[in-house]
Design a protein around this ligand. Structure first.
Ligand SMILES: [Cu+2]
Length: 306
């Protein structure tokens, strides 16, 4: 048996400590973006009542992964350094097999890790998906190839989006299906009053879509014929956010964009009135509706122009 010079072990430990210490120091003076784990967000307030919870779950999972990573990388580096093959030493190191305590340890520790991750994920998803409170307003979101309709059920008005084609594509007239090439002003905008509890009811007219507002840090699939999907949220920070479809749903999936305007309740009421004045009253039905029919007002003006 050869004993290793203690200075080597000490050096390896010192190197590991420096790496860990450096990482901790960096995270201490990190920017807001790093503190949010690079999730979308703002320094002047949470976007919804759920974003803090989701960010904390995300960071917790990353911290757990980082701790496991640092321990694993540290042990690997330690073994590689301390037990490396040396010149003129051709003996095999001690071969360890069927070491029960070790095997129990490396089975039990990952199971514990998974259980802890499961516990926190289940706790948070249950809270986010809780729809037991009575919402202040309900929006029926209808996904369709390839845009969105929003039925404001309490105000009995609707907003409708039109197929815009692929925003990454240089559209020619014959490649447009119906509607103008995608610009953010032409996209449908979903208005939400800040501070009020909104319930989204997610419906699809054709294939599976996914309703995603990245700034809300949450998305959910929109499945045709499945009328149970939905969630509640209280938007808190006023602003305009991007929304998109997060489920590949066909040729112009990437053009399935919308805006979300979180505004004051007064502005929201004004917008509802504007929609009423435009004649967009009632509810766009989910089923039995073709794309050409989805905007009666727009198509009639187009016909009148041509
Ligand atoms: Cu889609």
């Amino acid at each position: 048996m050869r004993s290793h010079p203690p200075s080597r072990t000490r050096r390896a430990l010192l190197a590991t400590a420096t790496v860990v210490g450096g990482a901790l120091l960096l995270s201490g003076c990190a920017s807001d973006t790093v503190k949010r784990g690079f999730l979308p967000g703002y320094s002047d307030g949470e976007v919804t009542n759920q974003t803090a919870r989701i960010t904390s779950l995300w960071l917790g999972a990353w911290e757990a992964a980082l701790i496991v990573g640092v321990i694993t990388w540290g042990l690997m580096l330690w073994c590689i350094t301390v037990y490396r093959k040396r010149k003129d030493d051709h003996r095999l190191p001690v071969q360890t097999r069927y070491h029960m305590p070790l095997e129990i340890m490396y089975t039990a520790v990952p199971v514990m890790l998974v259980l802890v991750l499961f516990f926190y994920t289940d706790r948070d998803v249950t809270a986010i998906q809780d729809r037991s409170e009575t919402p202040d307003m309900t929006v029926e979101v209808v996904g369709k190839q390839w845009s969105w309709d929003f039925n404001y059920l309490d105000d009995d008005v609707y907003e409708t989006g039109q197929q815009e084609g692929d925003p990454g594509d240089n559209l020619t007239k014959d490649k447009e299906l119906d509607g103008v090439p995608g610009t953010s002003t032409a996209l449908p905008t979903l208005y939400l009053p800040a501070g009020e509890r909104v319930e989204f009811k997610l419906e699809s007219r054709d294939v599976i879509h996914s309703f995603w507002i990245p700034a809300f840090l949450y998305k959910q699939d929109v499945v045709p014929g499945r009328h149970t999907n939905g969630f509640q949220v209280v938007p808190e920070r006023e602003g305009v956010y991007a929304g998109k479809c997060a489920e590949l749903c066909g040729e112009f999936h990437s053009g399935m964009l919308f805006n979300v305007a979180v505004v004051s309740p007064q502005e929201y009421e004004q917008h509802m009135q504007d929609l009423r004045d435009k004649g967009q009253t009632g509810r766009i039905p989910v089923e039995g509706f073709s794309r050409a029919q989805s905007a009666p007002d727009d198509s009639s003006t187009e016909e009148a122009e041509s």
